[in-house]
Ligand binder design. Structure first.
Ligand SMILES: [Ca+2]
Ligand SMILES: [Ca+2]
Ligand SMILES: [Ca+2]
Ligand SMILES: [Ca+2]
Length: 360
């Protein structure tokens, strides 16, 4: 089991922890790409013809509607586009971004004094807010929005002193809450919520001083702790699916590089150095699928811009500056697919609202 920890009080913790990364090693400025290439490959075009076995159509009946065409276009993004203002909303306590409605587009969640306000993405902006908890909520240690039940809608997870409470998303509200651990849990260094065993249900992950422990989600609670590795991180730990098999991998940012320990589904395997040398971030490091190939990429927010090192599945490839110049956030930066095109967009929480730099 994760051992007891220092009781660190976190102020808007998810934000601050992801921003502050020590031991920075600046990535060299990339040569400016004259014409970023965007490959557009239409992959699936399905059109169902419902002409078979139709009953005779009488004259007074309207004709059958045309069969719906389903068109999926897969693109590989190579840059972040110009900033678009998606909301004038601000957050009393903290801002979060997760797909709580389950339509594949990441929504804006404002943790306000009156409750959790959700502003659903409509693909081009965040819509009107509604209060999904009906009243104030708080998390003693940390708040998360992750799909722990496995229905495709991110749930509200409140890590409290006496346990980890889950308030499932109904698509229009959160609740009611139940204690998924039955008692207190804590993490020596940091807690994470990621699906490490690939069953679509997000698991509770504790980075402890003796390694990483996993409390797998059953869909109704978190099971007993399992030690998945003895590995620790020099600088910071991350969890994201960089291999593209649906199971979040363990990423250790060490002084001599970014080490990946791929998830096998029941533990984290042997480590290898995916950057080959020390590699850090001036402002913040992120691991998210910016290119849209299903493998989370290494995203280094540096003073000169947002550098992306695409995952090849076995290392992080050649970096390039996706913003072309400096990109910063007044309060906090996030990565999330707000427009549902399969690529993670850059989200800036600014003084005047929320700005999106879409990956394209
Ligand atoms: Ca859910
Ligand atoms: Ca899981
Ligand atoms: Ca993986
Ligand atoms: Ca990728």
């Amino acid at each position: 089991m994760p051992s007891s920890s220092k009781n660190i009080k976190r102020i808007s913790a998810i934000i601050l922890l992801s921003i502050i990364v020590s031991g920075c090693i600046t990535i060299q400025t990339a040569p400016i790409q004259e014409e970023p290439q965007v490959e557009v490959t239409p992959i699936v075009i399905e059109a169902e013809n419902a002409s078979e076995a139709q009953p005779a159509i009488t004259d007074d009946k309207p004709a059958e509607p045309l069969a719906q065409e389903k068109i999926t276009i897969i693109t590989q993004a190579t840059q972040f586009g110009a900033g678009e203002k998606w909301s004038g909303g601000v957050c009393d306590i903290a801002c979060y971004f997760a797909d709580v409605t389950g339509d594949g587009m990441v929504d804006f969640i404002a943790h306000d004094n009156e409750g959790l306000m959700v502003l659903p993405s409509n693909g081009t902006t965040f819509g009107t807010h509604t209060n999904w908890t009906g009243g104030p909520v708080s998390c003693h240690k940390n708040c998360y929005f992750k799909d722990v039940t496995g229905d495709g809608k991110a749930d509200f997870v409140a890590h409290d002193n006496d346990g980890v409470y889950v308030l499932p998303s109904t698509g229009t509200s959160f609740g009611p809450g139940t204690n998924w651990t039955g008692g207190p849990v804590s993490c020596d260094n940091e807690c994470f919520l990621e699906d490490v065993n690939g069953d679509q249900k997000v698991d509770f992950v504790a980075a402890d001083n003796d390694g990483v422990w996993v409390l797998p989600s059953t869909g109704a609670n978190f099971g007993a702790g399992e030690k998945w590795t003895g590995g620790v991180c020099d600088i910071a730990c991350f969890f994201a699916d960089v291999t593209g098999d649906g199971m979040a991998d363990f990423i250790a940012q060490d002084y001599d590089g970014i080490y990946v320990l791929p998830s096998t589904g029941s533990n984290f395997g042997a480590h290898s150095n995916w950057t080959g040398a020390g590699s850090g971030c001036d402002i913040a490091c992120f691991f998210a699928d910016a290119t849209g190939d299903g493998k989370a990429d290494y995203i280094a927010q540096d003073l000169e811009g947002i550098f992306v090192l695409p995952s090849t599945g076995s290392n992080f490839g050649q970096f390039s500056n996706w913003s072309g110049g400096p990109a910063t956030c007044d309060y906090a930066c996030f990565l999330g697919d707000v427009n549902g095109d399969g690529t993670s967009d850059f989200i800036a929480q600014d003084e005047d609202g929320i700005w999106v730099l879409p990956a394209k």
